[in-house]
Design a protein around this ligand. Structure first.
Ligand code: SF4
Ligand code: F3S
Length: 364
């Protein structure tokens, strides 16, 4: 793909024609590239580089699905134009995806093995769902082979594996107590593979797209936290960017579903929101093409992108007495309060005090 030399953003006419045939205007495409650069915190000089990278390459990708609900495939298929469906999937050669591929049976398995053998070290793998380790992995088999055996071969020979959804990253709901199948995430099942984790229940397809774009543009996976999650998407807590944060700081909490505070968009902490303990970019990127996210819709975050959230973040509608990270928040707010006027500081501390030990209704 070539750009006109006098304008780095001007896409060659033949490439533009092919994009337009897919319903993507030049404006849409450049808007998308600009959005990707912003999401990855890359300077604007990278916008033409992103455009060039995604149009110039057609890497192979295989999508493996193990113990899951197919929610991540749904997230992918519900991607709004012109994101994954029209750009990334068009620039990737998706050779294997059990749910949406045309071949079946032996022909499907052959498509997978052709990639592993002929594109060794060059292809991407996306894994959705957990891998059962108990009893030699017998609880999840495809084409007569266990998920564990397949993942070892397919992920072990890939350029990179992107584990999507909390099941593939940390075992998710199949790994919830008592975890009868010994379910684990991909990195635990295949420790020698190069794996990046994009948790969420389901994952946010924008984060998958941005990870692939980062790799295509810079030739490497994005920087990650100690749980293998890209920092551009999981570097901040939900609570840091939440639109209800002002109400938390002011001590304005919803106490009952549908009460006056709920109708006015107050903080959901006392209704069980785990946003202070959850790292994810939901408030800024949102779901369904930026339409909404759980807290905007009026429900607390239940920490779906944290490892073992089903066992550790529940009960969903109860405020945890000692939310991990809450002490950090308290310190941060105290610092913020110190910089503010005395009245404002009082409100901040009031908010924290209420979050720690809410008053009973009859005390109000
Ligand atoms: Fe938002 Fe939840 Fe934090 Fe309240 S507790 S500000 S609803 S993330
Ligand atoms: Fe999950 Fe919480 Fe986001 S429940 S989708 S991490 S708001």
């Amino acid at each position: 793909m070539k750009f006109m030399s006098d304008d780095p953003l001007q896409i060659a006419p033949d490439v533009m024609e092919s994009l337009e045939k897919k319903g993507v205007s030049r404006r849409d495409f450049m808007k998308w590239c600009t959005g990707m650069a912003a999401m990855l915190a890359l300077p604007s000089s990278f916008i033409p580089k992103i455009a060039e990278a995604v149009l110039a390459q057609k890497p192979y990708l295989v999508w493996l699905e193990y113990q899951d609900c197919a929610g991540d495939s749904e997230a992918l298929l519900r991607a709004t134009a012109p994101t994954v469906g029209q750009i990334v999937l068009d620039i990737l050669s998706v050779e294997y995806h059990e749910t949406i591929m045309a071949p079946s049976g032996h022909m499907a398995e052959k498509s997978l093995m052709d990639v592993v053998e002929n594109q060794k070290g060059k292809y991407f793998v996306v894994v959705e769902g957990s891998i059962p380790m108990k009893d030699n992995g017998v609880y999840c088999c495809i084409g007569g082979r266990s998920a564990l055996d397949l993942a070892r071969e397919v992920c072990g020979n890939a350029a990179a594996t992107i584990a999507v959804g909390t099941c593939a990253t940390h075992g998710g709901i199949p790994a919830a107590h008592p975890n009868p199948t010994g379910a684990v995430g991909v990195k635990e099942a295949v420790p020698n593979a190069t794996v990046i984790n994009i948790p969420g229940c389901p994952m946010n397809v924008e984060n998958l797209t941005a990870t692939i774009v980062h790799y295509l543009t810079l030739g490497r996976l994005p920087q990650t936290d100690n749980l293998g999650r890209p920092l551009f998407a999981f570097g901040k807590r939900i609570h840091d960017n939440c639109e209800r944060r002002g109400h938390f700081d002011a001590g304005q909490f919803v106490r009952e579903w549908g009460d006056a505070g709920h109708r006015q968009g107050w903080c959901l902490y006392e209704m069980g929101c785990k946003g202070p303990a959850t790292f994810h970019n939901c408030p800024t990127v949102k779901y369904n093409g930026g339409t909404s996210w759980p807290v905007q819709a009026g429900h607390g975050c239940f920490g779906c992108s944290e490892p073992h959230f089903w066992d550790t973040m529940g009960p969903v509608y109860k405020r945890l007495p000692n939310v991990p990270g809450f002490g950090v928040e308290k310190t941060a707010d105290k610092i913020g309060a110190g910089l503010a006027a005395a009245t404002a500081a009082g409100l901040v501390l009031h908010g924290i005090g209420r979050a720690i030990s809410p008053k009973k209704k009859d005390e109000e």
